[in-house]
Design a binder for this molecule. Structure first.
Ligand SMILES: C[S@@+](CC[C@H](N)C(=O)[O-])C[C@H]1O[C@@H](n2cnc3c(N)ncnc32)[C@H](O)[C@@H]1O
Length: 225
């Protein structure tokens, strides 16, 4: 499934966020306890065969892959988080290979995956439409994009507040944009959404709930646009 010849534009070095990575690695454990693990389980439970997880972080999802998954390629650009993910891969219930790389240039061949997983990562990629085009490229026809993302609020005032916050937030939070309409981007990239749940979730006990989406979308089968 891997194509070691592929290289990210700008290279993963441009995506190192050492301070954020350490803070996230500490925070994600609490987030997982307060509901994140359950969300991830729902995200992954229907997947099978060859999976590519992009922006895998510390590997929080690895323990939750079902036995129907035969191999996972976990792509992570940040050195610190990738090292944590590599440790977690050893005890994962399915074979997980952790690789350096970026969503905008996934190190895998065309149509080599049955599913692509994005979990709290489409907020952070530099170029969301390029990342989704890459997901389509590596998925086989009829393959599944499994997404769990925080997204732009549907409430006008909150959405404007997210717009105001974004320039500062992306500096301190590893490139994260609180104001992205990711479901729309998924549809515009040519995926068909098969299921989606929208809900509020607080990433920290002191933070207000933020809109999240969790669902699955498919690429066209051969013969359809
Ligand atoms: C908020 S963390 C989420 C990590 C993990 N997916 C999870 O659910 O806990 C955002 C992740 O996106 C990664 N990331 C940022 N820009 C990326 C890009 N262009 N391509 C791939 N991953 C990226 C970060 O290194 C980080 O691991």
């Amino acid at each position: 499934m891997t194509d070691p010849g592929a290289e990210a534009p700008g290279g993963p070095a441009a995506l190192q966020h050492p301070r954020f990575a350490r803070a996230y690695a500490r925070a994600v454990e609490g987030m997982n306890r307060r509901g994140g693990t359950e969300h991830r389980r729902n995200l992954l439970s229907s997947l099978h065969s060859r999976v590519i997880e992009i922006g895998a972080g510390d590997g929080s999802a690895f323990a939750l892959y079902p036995a129907t998954v035969t191999e996972v390629l976990a792509v992570e650009p940040d050195d610190y988080l990738r090292a944590l993910a590599t440790e977690k891969a050893v005890s994962a219930p399915v074979p997980v290979t952790v690789a350096a790389g970026a969503a905008e240039a996934i190190p895998a061949a065309d149509a080599s995956a049955d599913a692509v997983v994005t979990s709290l990562v489409l907020c952070s990629v530099v170029d969301q439409s390029a990342a989704l085009a890459e997901a389509r490229r590596v998925l086989r026809p009829g393959g599944v994009l499994a997404f769990y993302e925080h997204v732009r609020s549907e409430h006008g005032v909150l959405a404007v507040a997210e717009d105001v916050l974004t320039p500062l937030w992306k500096q301190v939070a590893g490139g994260c944009h609180p104001n992205r309409d990711t479901l729309r981007a998924i549809t515009e990239a040519g995926f068909t959404v098969s299921d989606n749940r929208r809900f509020g979730f607080s990433v920290h006990p002191l933070a207000p709930p933020v809109a999240h989406i969790l669902g699955h979308a498919t690429t066209p089968v051969l013969g359809t646009p």
